[in-house]
Design a protein around this ligand. Structure first.
Ligand code: C2E
Ligand code: CA
Ligand code: CA
Length: 437
């Protein structure tokens, strides 16, 4: 389709050049992965996807010299062999030139399409003199470029090798943990009403009791689960656990985090519904926390899934509000029930006037749109007071309680929630939190 060599001829070519290379010359293997190609394909169709690939091929060929070779090695992956260079800077210059070409819009069947690319580079002789090794290292560097936010290039570094190795280990261990069902567990953080006195609900937060590394926070393994296709299993397991606990406390709402990656599975709404029904819990008791990143793609399937879930009775909360691309237009388009102000804003409350203004504006905005507003990461009484004045509906944070194991949660709720009300409860909750019991 592009007239470019494929993976096999590319690697043969690299072999040849490596064989002929003089001792002073550098050779670079560059891998390029198009960003957002899938969206173009999904939205405009395969014909448009093909045209885009062809147009990219032309631009790449125009970016390199006569002795260099451009190949197409996968659906939206290209490889370039940059031969006979003298200094490493020549590779960064080439990468910059390519990125700037890829950033310019493509005119495809009457639409202006923006893509961009992620580039990884490995250089011979620095990173080896064997083609398989160079390709593998360029691939890792490309992976890093993507991870760091795409639309950029990365040279291979030795740390990449190590971090990939540890990722593999995490992946294998996580698979085993899911199979045994013994190492993952869920903790529950109470969410209180605006007065900070009444417990309104809980948020389920997953942890991993790792046999050798101890208790791991979700940030240490959720990203790996998202990358290696385990997030549906982890997310489904957490939801089932949270439902089991929710059933014991029908008066409390239960919030569960759903990864943006889970929303890419076509039947996400169906699978969430079945887990909840099977657990014998009403969807009305469950609040699904999603982040803005699921909305950014402007994906019809995501809109439909959210609508479907709301129609079944689930509430939707927009998590980490303010950290991403929050925009009023998203809030209009994707109906949600609640926004959760990110803890980075709450932390700055009382210290800087900008944070105060942002928090007040977000709460006012939420109320104007008939949404409930939760502040997370409330750690001080000063923050609590400012949030109360601003009219925030729900408060969550270490001031009231950290996330508790199932056992501690039961003790906590039985002791504080049931027999007490109002001020009494607040006093007791705080005493317990302070004394660490
Ligand atoms: P999140 O949804 O924003 O969760 C709130 C995080 O803030 C939790 O961290 C919680 O322990 C912490 N936190 C609560 N109160 C305070 C406070 O007063 N001060 C401070 N500094 N932090 C507070 P955690 O448990 O480490 O979770 C981190 C993130 O991992 C979560 O952020 C969520 O995005 C993700 N996560 C947790 N469980 C799951 C899960 O089951 N599935 C998915 N997909 N993601 C999860
Ligand atoms: Ca959350
Ligand atoms: Ca959050």
């Amino acid at each position: 389709m592009t007239g470019l060599p494929n993976r096999t001829s590319f690697s043969r070519f690299v072999d040849e050049v490596l064989g002929e290379a003089g001792s002073e010359t550098l050779l670079g293997v560059m891998l390029i992965d198009l960003d957002r190609f899938k969206q173009v394909n999904d939205r405009l169709g395969h014909l448009a996807g093909d045209q885009l690939i062809q147009a990219v091929a032309v631009r790449l060929v125009n970016c390199v010299g006569a002795c260099d070779v451009v190949a197409r090695i996968g659906g939206d992956e290209f490889a370039i062999c940059l031969a006979d260079r003298r200094v490493s800077d020549e590779f960064s210059d080439a990468a910059n030139a390519i990125l700037s070409e890829l950033r310019k819009p493509f005119e495809i069947i009457g639409s202006s399409v923006h893509v961009g690319g992620s580039i990884g580079i490995a250089i011979s002789p620095f990173q080896g003199s064997e083609k398989t090794e160079l390709l593998r290292k360029a691939d890792m560097a490309m992976y890093k470029a993507k991870e760091d936010g795409r639309n950029d290039y990365r040279f291979f570094t030795a740390e990449m090798d190590e971090s990939i190795a540890s990722r593999r280990v995490i992946e294998d261990e996580l698979r085993a943990a899911l199979r045994s069902g013994e190492e993952l567990f869920v903790e529950y953080q109470p969410k209180l009403d605006a007065t900070g006195r009444r417990i309104m609900g809980l948020e389920a937060l997953v942890r991993w009791g790792h046999p050798t590394r101890g208790k791991l926070a979700p940030d240490a393994f959720i990203p790996v689960a998202e990358e290696c296709g385990l997030i549906d299993a982890v997310g489904g397991w957490v939801l089932a656990e949270a439902c089991r606990v929710a059933r014991q406390w029908p008066g409390l709402s239960m919030a569960v985090n759903i990864s943006p990656v889970q929303f890419r599975t076509p039947d996400v709404a169906h699978s969430i519904r079945s887990i909840v029904f099977e657990a014998g819990v009403k969807p009305e008791q469950i609040e699904l926390e999603v982040t803005e990143s699921i909305l950014v793609g402007d994906d019809d399937a995501v809109t439909a899934a959210l609508k479907d879930l709301r129609a079944s009775g689930f509430r939707i909360a927009l998590d980490d509000f303010g950290t991403g691309y929050s925009s009023l237009s998203y809030l209009k388009k994707f109906k949600v029930d609640r926004i959760k102000i990110d803890k980075s804003f709450v932390k700055r409350l009382g210290h800087d006037s900008e944070a105060n203004a942002i928090v007040q504006a977000v709460i006012a905005l939420g109320h104007a749109m008939a949404l409930s507003v939760t502040a997370e990461g409330v750690e001080t009484e000063e923050q609590e007071r400012l949030l109360q004045i601003a009219g925030c509906n729900e408060l969550q944070g270490f001031l009231f309680s950290k996330a508790l194991s199932e056992k501690d949660l039961h003790a906590f709720l039985l002791e504080t929630y049931l027999p007490f009300d109002g001020v009494e409860l607040a006093r007791k909750v705080r005493r317990q939190v302070r004394s660490g019991t």
